[in-house]
Write a new protein. Structure first.
Length: 229
């Protein structure tokens, strides 16, 4: 389920981001310039708040708020899609082996005659829900045979490994709103750390302080846009 962020929620988020990032930048100015920089730091803080409210609000308002996944619907969809693999009472059945668990669906592979086919079919049915594949105790090699298949289908970064289970998490979608929010939260402290670090090498050299801030901003953007692949 998704809903539009809306102007009021976007304005509130933009002001909070402005408060946070402006404060961090103001601290950097005050620490580097001492008492002479307090007035400039206050002006910078207020200016950043206003700028964020004007610039970020329309951008964030166009985004969408992601709701809580409806686990029951995913479980029902999985059961319907895997009905063809039902083996009757005492064997593998969707009603007893496919269940909701937390924010995802759990698929037990116990008593399954074709577990690998069930896994591949389950991956095709849903790519927005967390899938937990649980393996039987009497076939410890099944987990090792399944892992390469999952790595090929969904990628290593989306697989969580446990001793008796493998979990496939939904792909994280990084849109403009997410990038902006993460950047505003992460880049300012890195910019402050970079500017103070460079400035400590040669106090009085404001160019070094600016270069340190730029280096911190670049590092923050690299972290934000990295998907860990």
């Amino acid at each position: 389920m998704e809903e539009k962020v809306g102007f009021r929620r976007a304005l509130s988020a933009a002001v909070v981001l402005g408060l946070y990032s402006g404060f961090m930048l103001g601290v950097a100015i005050a620490m580097s310039m001492g008492n002479d920089g307090l007035k400039l730091a206050a002006l910078l803080w207020g200016g950043v708040i206003v700028l964020c409210a004007l610039v970020l609000t329309p951008i964030l308002a166009r985004g969408r708020k992601r709701g809580v996944p409806e686990t029951d619907q995913y479980v029902k969809s999985l059961r319907n899609g895997l009905d063809e693999f039902n083996e009757g009472v005492g064997g593998w059945r969707t009603l007893s082996h496919v269940r909701g668990e937390g924010m995802g669906a759990s698929i037990s592979l116990s008593n399954a005659s074709n577990p690998l086919i069930i896994i591949e079919k389950a991956l095709l049915i849903s790519n927005r829900c967390k899938l937990i594949f649980r393996f039987p105790k009497d076939d410890p090699s099944l987990r090792e045979r399944t892992l390469p298949i999952l790595e090929e289908k969904v990628g290593i970064s989306r697989i969580q490994r446990r001793t008796k289970s493998l979990t496939v998490v939904p792909e994280v979608i990084i849109d403009n709103s997410v990038i902006i929010t993460r950047s505003m939260m992460l880049c300012p402290p890195l910019m402050v750390a970079g500017s103070m670090g460079f400035y400590s090498v040669a106090p009085g050299q404001h160019l070094l302080m600016a270069l340190g801030a730029i280096a911190g901003a670049i590092l923050g953007m690299l972290i934000v846009t990295n998907k860990g692949r």
